[in-house]
Ligand binder design. Structure first.
Ligand SMILES: [Zn+2]
Length: 323
């Protein structure tokens, strides 16, 4: 029953006598990157190996910017953010958040609104689309999350590890809004990263902290979490030797060692293995932890919870508004 990408892309438009952009309200400009783009028909083009809806323009630098109705952009975003096989209520919750996020990024002072990567939201164009995720976008058409009548600031991540994070803790200048303060989430234990362990070679860690690190490898005694925030995420981490040591913030620890190795800051232990010349880090969850926990929303959707309940659980006190 899966429609092919090309057929899915143009069918709705052909039904409207070939007009490509008069069907939807807001449009969004997506920076795809540098490369060759070629028009395929009135409503799609190729860029690299992928096909996209909408039109494109090239900048003087050779960057390709895709202009596309917001709702059609979301068709190519939601399946990149959550598997299309997940419960429809989960897909719809994601669609509302992706729409709310994209609208907040709209910026007339710039030549694009969003980038087509995790920096904003992953966007796979027509090739990424699935009927289930497109149905979730359509079913929630125009809906955004609000707080006190204003559009809410939203975020989401793969797995919170048991407690979502407050935006103010996660980000310098992060919002202290009451709906972004973090909640206990008992629903994401099925996530592959609910519990994780990673080994980091001491040499890599030394390189990452070369400006601070004056400890000989064999002299490193411990790496300890000195303080944690209310969600349990590491605030301060200390590298200790017999002669001294140094401290870094949790945020800096993850930034320097990388988000792949340090999957979240909900770190339970960091063991120094002198014989193996490595650090073994154990933790829970994946991502910054702020906002909706996608794996938790999957379980809530599977248990029959409705979209407003799922969003209200992760963003307490918020409401939905039709666009
Ligand atoms: Zn969770």
């Amino acid at each position: 029953l899966l429609a092919t990408g090309a057929a899915l892309g143009c069918l709705p438009r052909m039904a409207r006598a070939g007009a490509c952009s008069e069907d939807s309200g807001a449009s969004i400009r997506v920076l795809l990157g540098r490369g060759m783009a070629n028009r395929m028909d009135d409503c799609s083009f190729s860029f690299g190996t992928r096909t996209y809806r909408g039109t494109f323009a090239s900048t003087a630098d050779g960057e390709i910017v895709n202009t596309i109705p917001l709702e059609e952009y979301l068709y190519g975003v939601v399946p990149m953010e959550v598997p299309h096989s997940w419960p429809q209520a989960t897909l719809q919750s994601q669609a509302i958040l992706s729409r709310t996020f994209a609208l907040a990024r709209t910026n007339p002072a710039r030549y694009y609104d969003v980038v087509a990567s995790q920096g904003d939201q992953a966007y796979g164009g027509l090739d990424a689309e699935h009927p289930e995720t497109s149905a979730a976008v359509s079913a929630t058409g125009g809906q955004v999350l609000t707080f006190d009548g204003d559009q809410a600031t939203v975020a989401y991540m793969s797995c919170c590890g048991g407690h979502t994070e407050s935006a103010a803790e996660a980000w310098i200048g992060g919002s202290s809004a009451p709906y972004l303060r973090g909640v206990v989430c008992a629903y994401c234990a099925d996530a592959p990263d609910f519990q994780w362990q990673r080994d980091i070679p001491l040499g890599s860690a030394r390189n990452a902290f070369s400006d601070l690190w004056s400890i000989a490898n064999e002299d490193l005694r411990s790496v300890q979490i000195m303080s944690a925030d209310p969600s349990g995420r590491a605030r301060t981490i200390r590298f200790s030797s017999s002669a001294g040591g140094f401290e870094v913030s949790g945020r800096e620890f993850r930034r320097r060692l990388g988000a792949v190795a340090v999957r979240s800051l909900l770190i339970h232990s960091i063991q120094v293995d002198a014989a193996a010349a490595s650090l073994t880090i154990e933790g829970s969850g994946r991502g910054h932890g702020v906002g909706l926990c996608q794996w938790g929303a999957r379980a809530l959707g599977a248990a029959g919870h409705r979209v407003p309940d799922i969003l209200n659980f992760y963003f307490p006190g918020t409401a939905l508004r039709n666009g």
